[in-house]
Design a protein around this ligand. Structure first.
Ligand code: FAD
Ligand code: NAD
Length: 475
């Protein structure tokens, strides 16, 4: 096998593997190095997202939502179930199968695009050389014309709380529970806390979520986070804001979590503790001396707006660089870099990156919140439409939530769209496309939406921005 490649990608997650595939499509010779190892020691491409993030979490969310709906919603449809039960082992087996299928699929895609997969550690040396250490310790020095760093991120640890991989776990551990904990605590009411907290809550765990900030979901539109908090409370997620965790200690009756809040010092005793307080860039043993690549004070690889590092022909994409830690953001960066390498146009529109929280109801948004638009000095007009007024949502027994559109009052340009409700993560795609083309609310108003669909809620929200909604009174 050649030790020389046009492009070497270090990291085979959702930022790295698309970069490798696109480079292959661009007729470049490409190797993709990835060191991921599963608990059983097997190697797998796909990074955090496919192995221990997006995909397994969504598999668990799907299974547990079905169970929740069977308990709480089926009766309204006339579906009665005696002896409903849940089999955690079956859920975990299904999830493992989905993960396996997804990660093995990458090897097939690599084959199709002519990408050489290398499992082991990659380290960038000076002169566009990469030291590759296979899992058995064998070393080779590879030569590249371009290197793409896509080494991702890892869970942020919390001082005073040591992971033991069993009772005190990170998000990966929380995806692997073999049984439902009776008492569960999640530290961090962010995306992971809400998604994985929901999974285990739906199966009956008494779930407390401790959040350091006083405000719930501060990154979301204020109305959205208020509506979300109401639903989570109804579902029994006990979210405690302003809770500063000091330490977690293992004792015979469980994990003792010590925290302070407005009322003073508190202790919570639980069977399992999940720490989900954010992630940090992962660049361990990545950069040899004189690699020429700089890290910032938080450990992110420093790049410009085109994902170029300070060293010639070395690029970096995904969670290891600035910007939201989202799989789709990394994917677009990876593709754009592989195109830029061959002189093609590559673009990532950082202003139009959708966010989705896959809880029930789902939460999704793109662009500016009402608060952000106003703080930026924009005169805004707002249109909202509740799913309770959507025929399709009512037919689905899913009338919770709303669509909200924020547009510039003068130019009518859409500044942001915020959805909480059924299939919000799918509905947001239309909003992303609209904003990608700088659409106005009138553009959405004049676009025909099939009836009866959930997407009509977005159409009506656009109409409501001009007080011309049909299916709700305009105020
Ligand atoms: P990673 O996926 O972390 O991949 C990096 C890869 O590089 C890894 O395989 C790693 O082993 C390898 N690597 C690192 N260093 C080296 C080295 N020196 N040599 C060789 N290999 C190396 N995002 C979403 O958009 N939607 C979601 O629904 C979503 N759900 C999530 C759920 C959970 C529980 C978690 C933890 C994350 C979730 N995310 C989600 C975030 C998403 O997983 C990340 O944004 C995404 O995986 C980042 O992609 P990446 O390729 O940059 O890094
Ligand atoms: P996050 O940043 O979404 O949330 C972390 C939360 O923990 C914040 O609310 C923060 O205020 C809180 N926190 C921080 N320190 C704390 C402390 N000491 N005590 C209590 N609370 C504390 O991070 P996350 O949920 O860990 O997720 C990590 C990354 O993975 C995120 O960037 C997210 O975008 C990504 N992710 C995305 C999805 C999705 O797109 N659906 C799902 C899961 C994860």
């Amino acid at each position: 096998m050649s030790d020389s490649f046009d492009v070497i990608v270090i990291g085979g997650g959702p930022a790295g593997y698309p970069a490798a595939i696109r480079a292959g499509q661009n007729k470049l010779s490409v190797a993709c190095i990835d060191e991921w190892q599963n608990r059983d020691g097997s190697s797998a491409f796909g990074g955090t997202c496919l192995n221990a993030g997006c995909i397994p979490s969504k598999a668990l969310l799907e299974s547990t939502e079905l169970y929740y709906r069977a308990q709480h919603e089926f009766a309204a449809h006339g579906v009665g179930i005696d002896g409903l039960r849940f089999d955690v082992a079956a859920m975990q087996k299904r999830k493992a199968g989905i993960v396996r299928q997804s990660t093995q699929g990458i090897l097939q895609l690599f084959k199709g695009a002519g990408v050489t997969p290398l499992t082991g550690h990659g380290r960038l040396l000076a002169g566009l050389k990469v030291e590759f250490t296979a899992h058995d310790g064998a070393k080779r020095t590879l030569q590249a014309k371009h290197v793409v760093l896509a080494t991702g991120s890892e869970p942020m640890p919390l001082r005073g709380v040591a992971f033991d991989g069993d009772r005190i776990v990170d998000s990966w551990g929380a995806l692997e529970f073999a049984e439902v904990p009776k008492r569960l605590c999640v530290i961090g009411a962010g995306v992971i806390g809400l998604e994985l907290g929901s999974v285990w809550r739906r199966l009956g765990a008494e779930t407390v979520v401790l959040e350091a900030l006083e405000q719930f979901l501060p990154m979301a539109d204020g109305q959205l986070s208020k509506e979300a908090a109401r639903h989570f409370k109804k579902q029994g997620l006990d979210i405690r804001l302003g809770a500063k965790v000091g330490a977690a200690t293992m004792k015979s009756d469980g994990v003792h979590v010590a925290y302070t809040d407005a009322k003073g010092e508190q202790t919570l005793v639980v069977d399992r503790l999940i720490v989900a307080i954010g992630r940090r860039p992962f660049t361990k043993e990545l950069l040899g001396k004189d690699s020429g690549v700089a890290l910032d004070e938080r450990g992110f690889v420093v790049v410009d707006e085109h994902c170029r590092t300070g060293a010639a022909d070395i690029w970096a994409v995904g969670d290891c660089v600035r910007g939201p830690m989202l799989a789709h953001k990394g994917k677009e960066e990876g593709i754009a870099v592989a195109d830029r390498i061959v002189g093609r146009f590559g673009e990532v529109n950082y202003k139009v990156i959708p966010s989705v929280i896959y809880t029930a109801p789902e939460i999704a948004w793109v662009g500016q919140t009402e608060e952000q638009a106003k703080a930026a000095g924009r005169q805004c007009k707002i249109g909202s439409f509740p799913f309770a007024a959507s025929g399709r949502a009512r037919a689905m027994e899913a009338g919770a939530g709303f669509c909200k559109l924020v547009a510039d009052a003068g130019s009518d340009e859409i500044l942001g769209i915020h959805i909480i409700g059924p299939m919000a993560g799918e509905l947001i795609a239309e909003a992303v496309l609209a904003m990608e083309y700088s659409a106005s609310s009138e553009d959405l108003q004049r676009t025909i939406h099939a009836h009866p669909t959930l997407s009509e809620a977005l159409h009506e929200a656009a109409l409501a921005a001009d007080k011309r909604a049909i299916d709700i009174p305009n105020r």
